[in-house]
Design a protein around this ligand. Structure first.
Ligand code: PEP
Ligand code: MG
Length: 367
């Protein structure tokens, strides 16, 4: 892909001189990071690591790790995943060339990695040299009635801490291995309680200490929390004790605030909107009244807990000009959106700053 140039590039450069809120991109793969780089995103605001485990060769190892009944077997599978994960992060760090990269630890319910089809289960049992009945038993034990409200996010990190240990190690080993050096950001998903962050951050600190000893490199890292449950927004002050940054995940936060499944809402949403129950689909357009109030409360309480906390939004709404206006007025430091939305986000952010300068009579910065 050619770099941006010409009039469009000039326009975006002007926008960057005016805007006063940061723009990062949500990137899970090197290909997405390359687009973010091309559109001059200031960093990666969300790397969802689960996508990295869906390649056929990795999926089998991931499944072996999940289905392991003995801790030794789980650790052996994680050992095999470690170099693959490290290579993923090295590539992202390399493309972003010193810009911040925020990596989210594993989030989805584990059933998303497991087969349902009996033939696939049999093939998996064969590949793992396990009796099919044992694989079926283990899959049944992991089945949940409401997986999106179940064992996912940080709850996984607490139930199976070795997974986050492996990911943290992969992040740190990659970070000390690239030039220019990066300060990686590690983000914990679906937090609802301070103690979750305390437990996970203690383990991640221990991994960092170990990697510093092994490599002899005194690297730093930043630890942050995704605010995507109403409770995390309400308790952001105490969560901030362990978090240098808070990133609001408005997809889950919308789901949790409405108590409405993000995966099923579209079935009746058109009818709901037609009847005027909701003015718009809140998953498509940020609900400024309800979800927005939680963002405001979360931002205020996060700052009360830690005055210099970094605040951002990384749900799908992040690229929406209206959501950018809201985040800017709530004092957020940056938004993170799909890489393709970065140019529009840069223009929208500049527009807001210019309009405000016009309204207050403040001259825009000189060019
Ligand atoms: C969110 O919930 O807003 C978010 C960014 O995470 P995900 O969409 O991966 O759940
Ligand atoms: Mg989420």
């Amino acid at each position: 892909e050619p770099a941006l140039d010409g009039a469009f590039r000039t326009l975006l450069d002007w926008a960057d001189e005016r805007r006063d809120i940061g723009i990062r991109a949500n990137c899970d793969t090197p290909a997405e990071a390359a687009i973010a780089d091309r559109f001059l995103a200031e960093g990666i605001g969300l790397c969802r690591t689960e996508h990295m485990f869906f390649d056929a060769d990795r999926l089998t190892v991931m499944r072996k790790m999940i289905l392991a009944e003995r801790p030794g077997d789980r650790l052996a599978a994680l050992e095999r995943l470690l170099p693959m994960q490290r290579a993923d992060f090295t590539e992202l760090f390399r493309i972003m060339a010193g810009r911040p990269v925020c990596i989210r630890l594993l989030d989805p319910p584990l059933h998303e990695f497991l087969p349902e089809d009996p033939d696939e289960i049999r093939a998996l049992a064969e590949a793992l040299a396990m009796p099919a009945s044992a694989v079926e038993r283990r899959i049944a034990a992991l089945r949940e009635i409401n997986p999106m409200l179940g064992l996912r996010g940080v709850r996984l990190g607490i139930a199976m801490p070795e997974i986050y240990d492996m990911q943290a190690r992969a992040i740190f080993e990659a970070a000390v291995d690239v030039a220019p050096r990066v300060t990686p950001e590690v983000m914990i998903p679906l937090v609802s309680a301070r103690r979750e962050v305390e437990l996970v951050s203690a383990r991640i600190d221990a991994v960092a200490a170990q990697v510093r000893i092994e490599t002899g490199i005194a690297f730093e890292y930043r630890l942050g929390v995704m605010v995507e449950t109403p409770r995390a927004a309400l308790r952001a002050d105490e969560i901030a004790e362990y978090a240098g940054f808070l990133s609001f995940g408005t997809n889950d936060l919308t789901q949790m605030t409405y108590g409405l499944s993000r995966d099923d809402a579209s079935r009746f949403m058109p009818d709901y909107v037609r009847q005027g129950v909701f003015p718009e689909d809140p998953f498509l357009r940020l609900d400024l009244d309800g979800v927005g109030e939680l963002l405001t409360i979360g931002a205020q309480r996060g700052r009360a807990g830690r005055a210099d906390i970094t605040l951002s939004i990384c749900g799908e709404h992040g690229g929406d000009p209206e959501a950018i206006a809201f985040c800017r007025s709530s004092g957020f430091d940056y938004i993170s959106c799909s890489p393709f939305r970065v140019p529009v986000a840069r223009l929208a952010a500049a527009h807001l700053a210019i309009r405000e300068a016009g309204a207050t009579g403040t001259a825009p910065p000189e060019r």
